[in-house]
Design a binder for this molecule. Structure first.
Ligand code: C5J
Length: 225
């Protein structure tokens, strides 16, 4: 495949597959399973789980097409030395970051809850970016990895749409990457925020980029786009 062309809003998204990366954001047990960070903030995790199947289909097609696949995980060092006090105390959670929960210490690297869910687990050769913040570029080597591979276009999926996906999208946009967000490969604890976040991407002629869905992307990756 020499060119990836995907039906999208506000208009077709075209990219060179050799210069395109799929970035899967924070599909960790801490966000999509009961007893993790998301649930500790009072959220029902059910809406987030709807993104799992579309991401799995996207991941399989991206691997088959030879796209660079990158995974991110939000979390902190076990000694919490990279956890700002503002983030630790925000919302006054009963059981917050670093505290013991049903899946180990919440949002701490190496704990069971910090792991990417089995169905989307990274394979050899796929970089995993550990990020202390919401954006995947902040305090990480993501930008270096993308520049080394001459990547120009990013396909973003994962959770949550309006928090870590949007923050990463905005960081990427300012760095000059062309970004496509998958509407069914992203999800929020708040459906209205999901819809609003997607609408913000394509408004004003695509101020942050493009929105499409997993079926259109998979078809394009398989040469049926
Ligand atoms: C949040 C994320 N929502 N991955 N993190 O705290 O979106």
């Amino acid at each position: 495949m020499t060119r990836l062309s995907i039906g999208a809003e506000p208009y077709r998204f075209n990219s060179d597959p050799a210069r395109t990366a799929l970035i899967i954001i924070d599909m960790q047990r801490d966000f999509v399973e009961p007893g993790g960070f998301g649930a500790s903030l009072g959220n029902d995790v059910t809406p987030l789980r709807r993104a799992i199947a579309p991401i799995a289909a996207t991941l399989a097609a991206a691997r088959a097409a030879g796209l660079l696949v990158i995974h991110t995980r939000e979390g902190h060092r076990p000694d919490l030395s990279d956890l700002p006090i503002a983030k630790k105390t925000r919302g006054h959670p009963v059981c917050g970051i670093g505290d013991a929960g049903p899946m180990g210490r919440i949002l701490v690297r190496g704990e069971p809850g910090h792991a990417i869910i089995d169905s989307l687990a990274p394979i050899d050769g796929e970089p995993v970016i550990d990020k202390p913040g919401k954006g995947a570029f902040y305090a990480t080597d993501l930008d270096t990895i993308l520049r080394q591979r001459n990547i120009a276009s990013l396909i973003l999926c994962g959770v949550t749409t309006e928090v870590c996906v949007h923050t990463t999208l905005r960081e990427a946009n300012d760095r000059g990457f062309e970004c496509l967000v998958l509407s069914d490969g992203t999800a929020s604890y708040f459906p209205q925020f999901h819809e609003a976040a997607l609408a913000m991407v394509t408004a004003q002629g695509g101020i942050f980029g493009w929105v499409s869905d997993s079926a259109a992307l998979v078809a394009a990756l398989q040469g049926d786009g």
